[in-house]
Ligand binder design. Structure first.
Ligand SMILES: C[S@@+](CC[C@H](N)C(=O)[O-])C[C@H]1O[C@@H](n2cnc3c(N)ncnc32)[C@H](O)[C@@H]1O
Length: 236
């Protein structure tokens, strides 16, 4: 599925059926279902950022896993997190209660977000397959400056016969045991996360959109047998 050929209603339908009601177990589920690789993928994203960054935007911040990593990597940064799912944001608010983090959370579809000021970095774990990149890059254009870094990461469909067979087996297994262990996730496994990942052309679509929107130093890094991919870029 090429995200840029979907309608807004289709995109919103996916986000609104997948996530509500799963916030409480999200951190455990993402760690277990990726066999701990989620942490490694976020390590790669963090390594691409300047520790001196002063202001960072995290799209689809969810329960705040990336915000927490950003606070460790860039301790001086003021962070803005955007997410469409209120129960995920509620977990993020609890996570940072009493912390010294400079954090603003916005409950909105990233395609509609209203931003203020400029950002030294714009990051996201897992938003690419849910939003239209042209809309996102137009939204952030007035809020970036020369040198702003971008780092987006998401799942990918691995290449090669053996990695694909292993991936397919794991996804089948998840479909069977996932809802039995985490019943609130039934809709995610039933609504076919596997198909969304397998058919998503997000890497190509995002790179083309970044080029159209004037980003440079665009780099694509495949991670762990291409089960995930990190795209980084810089504002000239
Ligand atoms: C798999 S979670 C990732 C959360 C977080 N980035 C992380 O890595 O832990 C995907 C997140 O994307 C959010 N999301 C999906 N579509 C969105 C949209 N159109 N605008 C903003 N957030 C969206 C969901 O609410 C959910 O919190």
């Amino acid at each position: 599925m090429d995200i840029s050929t979907t309608t807004r209603e289709q995109r919103e339908h996916i986000s609104e059926t997948f996530f509500p009601g799963t916030g409480e177990s999200y951190d455990r589920v993402v760690a277990k279902t990726t066999l701990g690789l989620d942490r490694r993928w976020k390590d790669a994203m963090m390594a691409s950022l300047d520790p001196e960054a002063g202001r960072i935007l995290d799209l689809a911040c969810g329960t705040g896993i990336v915000l927490n990593r950003l606070h460790q990597r860039c301790p001086k940064a003021a962070l803005v997190g955007v997410d469409i799912t209120e129960d995920y944001l509620a977990i993020a608010r609890t996570r940072f209660e009493g912390s010294d983090i400079d954090l603003t959370l916005k409950h909105t579809n990233a395609e509609d977000m209203q931003l203020e000021g400029t950002f030294d970095a714009v990051v996201s774990s897992y938003i690419p397959k849910y939003v239209d990149p042209d809309i996102i890059f137009e939204r952030i254009a007035p809020h970036v400056h020369s040198g702003t870094r971008l780092a987006f990461h998401d799942f990918a469909h691995p290449r090669g016969f053996i990695p694909r067979q292993i991936w397919k087996g794991w996804m089948r297994g998840l479909k069977w045991f996932g809802p039995r262990i985490w019943p609130t996730w039934k809709v995610v496994f039933d609504e076919n996360l596997e198909e969304l990942i397998r058919t998503s052309r997000w890497r190509r679509t995002y790179i083309e959109s970044l080029e159209r929107h004037g980003w440079t130093d665009i780099q694509r890094t495949n991670l762990h047998w291409r089960t995930a991919c990190l795209i980084t870029a810089r504002r000239p």
